[in-house]
Design a protein. Structure first.
Length: 252
């Protein structure tokens, strides 16, 4: 089982879901991935719930915090200093949407938006490193940006996270020290024009198509039944509240 005890700066480290109905989301993801839910009663965490599997943290869950906020999965990248990362964001063409803040003894976080408008979180770890299981069946394994302006966002992510863009026909891999850590693609044509650029997480699935159908049986909507590219197969679904996520198998 691929357990993690640390992440290097620039690695995607965590994902969490903003949901209008925490109990319903707990039931859905518990049924789909076998996750358990550990709810915090501490008011400083604002009703935050940690999803676990086998006692290890795998993802987070929080209530919607603002009127009009859509249900969505957010991705976070590990950084050494959230304040320094926020400070260079504006000079790099992005904006700080949520200034750095300390979350108990867990860590320090901020939310940024890139030049195309996609939101991404930064996480400076203290007690909480991020996902303790990564890349195993039913756990976070990849995050991907769909953007309307690749030319603008590549320099931004290089400046704030040190990512190098490896551009191939149809797809870009962001690399850190020669290892691919995230993906980027042009916004799919099926996405309505009013939808802003966005990051979307993928969870590992040995059989993405079968797992997508399982999700549908739990109330999800299948957006992409199955696609295959080189050594990768994936499906994309929306959970019962409309938050999209992917199911991914990378052939060895």
């Amino acid at each position: 089982m691929p357990e993690k005890t640390s992440y290097q700066p620039g690695e995607p480290t965590w994902v969490d879901l903003a949901s209008p109905d925490l109990d319903a989301s707990i039931a859905f993801y518990g049924g789909l991935f076998g996750w358990q839910a550990e709810k915090s009663d501490d008011p400083q965490y604002g009703g935050y719930t940690t999803f676990t599997r086998d006692g290890k943290s795998v993802a987070g869950l929080a209530p919607l915090m603002a009127e009009g906020q859509p249900p969505v999965w957010s991705s976070y990248v590990s950084v050494e200093d959230a304040d320094k990362t926020a400070a260079i964001t504006g000079d790099s063409g992005g904006q700080v949407q949520v200034p750095p803040m300390t979350v108990g003894d867990m860590g320090r976080m901020a939310f940024l938006s890139d030049p195309s408008g996609a939101f991404i979180g930064v996480w400076q770890p203290m007690q909480h490193i991020g996902a303790q299981l990564f890349g195993d069946e039913g756990t976070f394994c990849w995050t991907e940006l769909s953007t309307r302006d690749q030319a603008a966002v590549h320099p931004f992510y290089n400046a704030v996270f040190g990512w190098e863009a490896r551009v191939s026909p149809g797809y870009t891999e962001y690399q850190l020290g020669g290892e691919s850590v995230a993906g980027c693609m042009d916004m799919p044509e099926m996405v309505p024009a009013g939808v802003p650029s966005y990051w979307m997480p993928y969870f590992a699935a040995q059989d993405p198509a079968a797992k997508a159908q399982e999700a549908a049986g739990l109330g999800a909507t299948v957006l992409v039944p199955l696609m295959e590219m080189d050594q990768v197969t994936f499906s994309v679904v929306q959970d019962p509240h409309g938050a999209p996520f992917g199911l991914l198998n990378v052939k060895q």
